[in-house]
Design a binder for this molecule. Structure first.
Ligand code: GLU
Length: 467
């Protein structure tokens, strides 16, 4: 049987990293077994579902590279006829019934049960009453009275729930629209899902879903419920801990590969290995090694991983991400091709932990800086600096090949000629060309900057010091 997994988000907000981890584990499991991975958008809650959220989910999946095998994402709202058909079948076969208990009646029942310290649950009043359908009736599933359901959870182990703990859940509302537990069951059955991998906030639904699947004579998938992700303070990870949406991680300068590597280790391990290529993740991932306990999100570790991937990835893979981030600060590196982006990545990656830092530290290669950083300028531009810069300018103007080695020689020869230490030449040159005292090594910086910008900026500094 083909292993088939699914990611089934409800489009009611951004794609949360917890959701992304669920998606990743489902995707890895399918890829490992040469199976299929389905993306299903659970948009039946019409009030809370939004188009922006659907887009955020699709964007997040694409950015992470978690491709799905269905041609287009499946939307539950397109499948209402099918849900109606199954609800009809369940009624016909005696597995479900119409219930006309009013809201008030159910509320009174609830209050009585609470007062008696009982678990609030439907009392089964309409279960055998053969009520006819009307615009006031919901449809309830007839949960078996006896017996128990054991979920052989691949992460949590066996979980047994007695049927008498479960009441007759509503599977269709008064307007005929299906509820969550019904749509999930129909979809998992129709899509031949073999492994349901999802957050453990759904664990209470699982025995109910298994009962409905059994009533439909469907084969049961295996279940793997993933523990929650916590913030550093032990509370469920939320906005107040920092970035939680996948696209926010992109905006803050993380590489998708770093986030994936971070997420795969959140609750899963393979010995003490920390770095996994996608291929290694696919080969090594197994649900058996997923930890049942909640894990805490550690931003510092993610940052460390991001720097690792910036340092060790093929620069060509980083370039498109850097272009995106340059775009975010108003630099169109697709049009302005004056800077060699591969060399730029190589020059900057040591000192930058995120792409936001890299883009920001690269601004002066593209744009004229407004003013010199005060401290560096004060230190580097001293009496006589304009002569040093003028000397450099003349030499650079005459240089045949604008290359790292030749540029280095100019700086060295100028220092020798003027009988100055190398720093006394390189530092004014750096501040003059970059606007501050921080840049990659001066020869690489100038090679990237190009002759035209270098000469213009030297002229600007000479005038600035002379003024
Ligand atoms: N739509 C559900 C959610 O976003 C997930 C349902 C499932 O995975 O079974 O929480």
């Amino acid at each position: 049987m083909t292993v088939t997994t699914r990611f089934a988000p409800s489009p009611t907000g951004y794609l949360h990293v917890g959701g992304a981890r669920t998606a990743l584990f489902s995707w890895l499991y399918a890829r490992k077994h040469q199976g299929e991975f389905i993306l299903r958008i659970e948009d039946t809650d019409l009030e809370r579902s939004t188009q922006e959220s659907v887009q955020a989910i699709l964007d997040g999946m694409e950015w992470l590279g978690l491709n799905y095998d269905n041609e287009k994402p499946i939307f539950q709202t397109h499948r209402f006829d099918r849900y109606k058909e199954v609800i009809g079948q369940l009624i016909e076969q005696g597995h479900a019934y119409y219930c006309d208990c009013s809201k008030e009646e159910l509320e009174t029942l609830r209050e009585q049960q609470m007062a008696a310290k009982e678990k609030p649950r439907y009392n089964g009043k309409c279960r055998d009453a053969n009520k006819p359908k009307s615009d006031k009736t919901v449809v309830r599933f007839k949960t078996p009275i006896d017996g128990a359901i054991t979920i052989a959870d691949l992460v949590k182990g066996d979980i047994t729930v007695a049927n008498k703990e479960l009441d007759d859940l509503v599977i269709a509302r008064t307007d005929g629209s299906p509820t969550y537990n019904l749509t999930v069951v129909v979809d998992d059955m129709d899509m031949k899902i073999t492994h349901v991998i999802r957050g453990d906030d759904h664990i209470n639904n699982t025995p109910r879903q298994i009962n409905i699947l059994k009533a439909l004579n469907a084969s049961l998938p295996q279940y793997a419920h993933l523990p929650m992700i916590l913030g550093s303070d032990g509370a469920r990870l939320s906005k107040r801990h920092g970035a939680v949406s996948v696209m926010q991680f992109r905006d803050e300068g993380y590489l998708p590969q770093a986030l994936l590597n971070y997420l795969v280790r959140l609750g899963w391990s393979h010995g003490d290995q920390e770095i996994f290529s996608i291929q290694e993740m696919i080969e090594l991932f197994d649900l058996n090694n997923v930890n049942g306990a909640a894990s805490a999100f550690n931003m510092e570790k993610l940052l460390w991983l991001n720097h690792h991937y910036l340092m060790h990835s093929d620069p060509a893979e980083i370039v498109p991400h850097l272009i995106w981030h340059l775009g975010a600060i108003g630099i169109d590196a697709n049009t302005d091709k004056s800077v060699d982006l591969i060399e730029l990545v190589k020059a900057q990656r040591e000192r930058c932990k995120t792409l936001v830092e890299m883009a920001s530290a690269s601004r002066y290669f593209y744009q004229e800086f407004e003013s010199y950083e005060e401290k560096s300028a004060k230190k580097a531009f001293v009496e006589g600096s304009e002569n040093v810069l003028a000397e450099l300018k003349t030499a650079f103007a005459q240089l045949e090949n604008w290359e790292k080695e030749a540029l280095h020689d100019v700086v060295k020869n100028t220092a020798e000629k003027l009988e100055l230490g190398l720093g006394k030449v390189a530092q004014p040159l750096r501040v003059a060309t970059c606007g501050s005292g921080v840049s990659p090594s001066i020869d690489i910086t100038l090679a990237l900057l190009g002759r035209e910008k270098t000469l213009a900026r030297l002229q600007r500094a000479i005038e600035h010091i002379g003024a």
